[in-house]
Design a protein around this ligand. Structure first.
Ligand SMILES: CCCCCCC/C=C/C(=O)SCCNC(=O)CCNC(=O)[C@H](O)C(C)(C)COP(=O)(O)OP(=O)(O)OC[C@H]1O[C@@H](n2cnc3c(N)ncnc32)[C@H](O)[C@@H]1OP(=O)(O)O
Ligand SMILES: NC(=O)C1=CN([C@@H]2O[C@H](COP(=O)(O)OP(=O)(O)OC[C@H]3O[C@@H](n4cnc5c(N)ncnc54)[C@H](OP(=O)(O)O)[C@@H]3O)[C@@H](O)[C@H]2O)C=CC1
Length: 269
């Protein structure tokens, strides 16, 4: 009988835990990124939380550190479109925690507009944050992730990048790029033991979506199954799984998390 690997010899609970892991979560001042940081810290990971404004992300680290979560949090201001700032973020993480095991490329933004009305600067702004931000962070973190036996990258794409969503052509194109980078780079970096996966959420109630679309976590039916809006915690749960050894055989995948398809999208049978 073949010997069990180290990972498989651990209990179910141990394989789902992030104890001792060191993670960077970009765009962690709000919404999905904040929920990921909180869940990772609750599961024992030390987290560096970043966003463009120290005043936005500092309170997230304070809240984690003041709670009974076992993981420690450090807040660092970093705009993911700024390569120097991203390199400083990775360096500061390694200095603070002694290494890096998990990178979550969560920072993202969009606005809704018909294609004809998207200016060149508007297009570049969205591609820059969502796609180039992921490029900068992943490239800057590669060596740190490869050290100490490898690491994990979790990207945030979108259903808009998988199936197309009207009035989001810039965002959908950028997120499709994120999804493709996930599969391409996971093959390229397999020999560095860096496992890369991606989550493509549907609509999730976050401050960003609320400001754009007026939907909030307070006015949804959490028990509903059919095409309800999602919660940040439901996306964070997937990130937790993808970061943990329990998902060790999932590589280069984009996992859609969008509830049940709308009835009108169901084909006739
Ligand atoms: C089945 C489909 C399911 C899909 C689900 C997807 C749901 C959506 C998910 C998300 O959107 S997730 C992220 C949620 N959070 C946000 O979107 C953040 C809110 N937005 C912003 O923070 C900002 O608006 C921005 C998009 C980051 C832009 O801000 P910034 O300060 O960086 O740039 P600006 O100088 O304001 O603008 C740059 C450029 O873009 C043009 N622009 C901005 N908003 C609009 C708009 N509403 N309509 C058209 N154009 C816009 C702006 O005019 C500038 O271009 P120029 O005028 O200089 O040419
Ligand atoms: N909510 C949804 O329905 C969906 C979201 N997604 C994706 O999930 C991710 C999170 O979305 P959501 O939680 O809704 O977004 P929010 O708008 O609620 O939060 C976005 C976060 O990104 C940060 N951020 C924005 N631009 C930058 C930047 N240039 N550098 C660093 N941080 C930045 C913001 O912080 P600050 O302003 O402090 O810089 C904030 O912390 C995004 O990638 C989004 O595209 C995908 C599909 C659906």
């Amino acid at each position: 009988m073949p010997e069990m690997s180290d990972a498989m010899s651990k209990s179910h609970t141990e394989r789902f835990r992030l104890e001792g892991q060191r993670a960077i979560i970009t765009g962690a001042s709000s919404g999905i990124g904040r929920a990921i940081a909180e869940e990772f810290a609750a599961d024992g990971a030390d987290v560096v939380v970043c966003s463009r404004e120290q005043d936005n992300v500092g309170p997230v680290a304070d809240e984690i550190n003041d709670s009974d979560r076992p993981g420690e949090a450090v807040a660092i201001e970093c705009d993911v479109t700024d390569r120097e700032a991203v390199e400083a973020l990775v360096e500061a993480t390694v200095d603070e925690f002694g290494g890096l095991d998990v990178l979550v490329n969560n920072a993202g933004a969009s606005f809704m507009s018909g294609f004809d009305d998207i200016s060149e600067n508007g297009w570049k702004t969205i591609v820059d944050i969502n796609l180039h931000g992921t490029y900068h962070c992943t490239q800057a973190a590669g060596d740190a992730l490869a050290a100490d036996g490898g690491g994990t990258v979790i990207n945030l794409s979108s259903v808009a990048g998988e199936q197309g969503a009207p009035y989001m052509s810039h965002y959908g194109a950028a997120k499709a790029g994120v999804s493709n980078l996930t599969s391409t780079l996971s093959a390229e970096w397999a020999d560095r033991d860096i496992r890369i996966n991606c989550i493509a959420p549907g609509f999730v109630a976050t401050p960003g979506v609320e400001s754009q679309m007026g939907v909030s976590a307070d006015n949804i039916d959490r028990e509903a199954v059919e095409r309800r809006i999602g919660l940040s915690e439901e996306i964070a749960d997937i990130a937790l799984f993808l970061a943990s050894p329990a998902s060790s055989y999932i590589v280069g995948q984009t996992i859609t998390a969008a509830g049940v398809p709308r009835l009108e999208e169901t084909p006739d049978i």
